[in-house]
Design a protein around this ligand. Structure first.
Ligand SMILES: [Ca+2]
Ligand SMILES: [Ca+2]
Ligand SMILES: [Ca+2]
Length: 211
């Protein structure tokens, strides 16, 4: 039974370490207003947000199009811009909620897109078909990597960013919130985790030897 104890201790330590490295940006502590490219939300200095065309970032209360009293919008309707998210500490998981999937400004083949990059190399692209109810009630995510850059945007079925306005030439402002990310553990905690796993394995061997 001693071995199982070691294993439980190792597992607890690993889970605790992993929880420490996961975080959610909800923008609730940020001030309302336009934000410059390279903006970081309060409490999350290792992550920056950039509008890839122009300077259209805005924190505001978008009601049901966002979550809580603060969300991040990427204007405008017609500039074909995307939201760029940069991580100074690489991550292995990213999830975000998206809203403003307005049926009056979309066509049924439009999608929400997430593209993942690491140090200038493309890793993956994912897309989700919005439910087109204008409400922030869906998420898009990617797990893998590690990676240090992501793009989010509304676009057509091929991933071309929206550049129009209205259903004939579709354009749409992205609104995002609840950005969850898991940073790669720092070397020190990796070593500590490895040591604990080694301890757990040692305990397991001891436990098996006893049976
Ligand atoms: Ca929020
Ligand atoms: Ca823009
Ligand atoms: Ca929706």
């Amino acid at each position: 039974m001693k071995g199982l104890g070691y294993l439980a201790a190792a597992c607890t330590a690993v889970c605790f370490s992993s929880n420490l490295r996961s975080a959610i940006i909800d923008f609730e502590a940020d001030t309302i207003g336009s934000k410059p490219n390279g903006f970081s939300a309060v409490g999350h200095p290792t992550i920056t947000f950039t509008d890839t065309v122009g300077t259209g970032l805005e924190i505001n209360n978008f009601g049901f199009q966002g979550m809580g009293t603060r969300s991040l919008a990427v204007h405008g309707d017609t500039d074909g811009s995307r939201l760029q998210i940069d991580f100074s500490v690489p991550v292995t998981f990213l999830s975000l909620a998206f809203g403003n999937d307005d049926p009056g400004w979309t066509v049924s083949t439009d999608r929400a897109w997430l593209e993942i990059w690491n140090s200038g190399s493309f890793i993956a692209a994912a897309s989700v078909v919005p439910n087109f109810d204008d409400v922030m009630n869906q998420t898009i995510s990617y797990s893998g990597g590690p990676f240090n850059r992501a793009f989010f945007w509304y676009g057509d079925s091929l991933g071309n960013p929206s550049t129009g306005g209205g259903q004939s030439a579709v354009g749409l402002i992205e609104v995002v919130d609840q950005i969850e990310y898991t940073a790669v553990p720092e070397p020190a905690s990796t070593l500590a985790t490895a040591a604990l796993l080694g301890l757990g394995a040692f305990g397991l061997r001891r436990w098996r030897n006893r049976t």
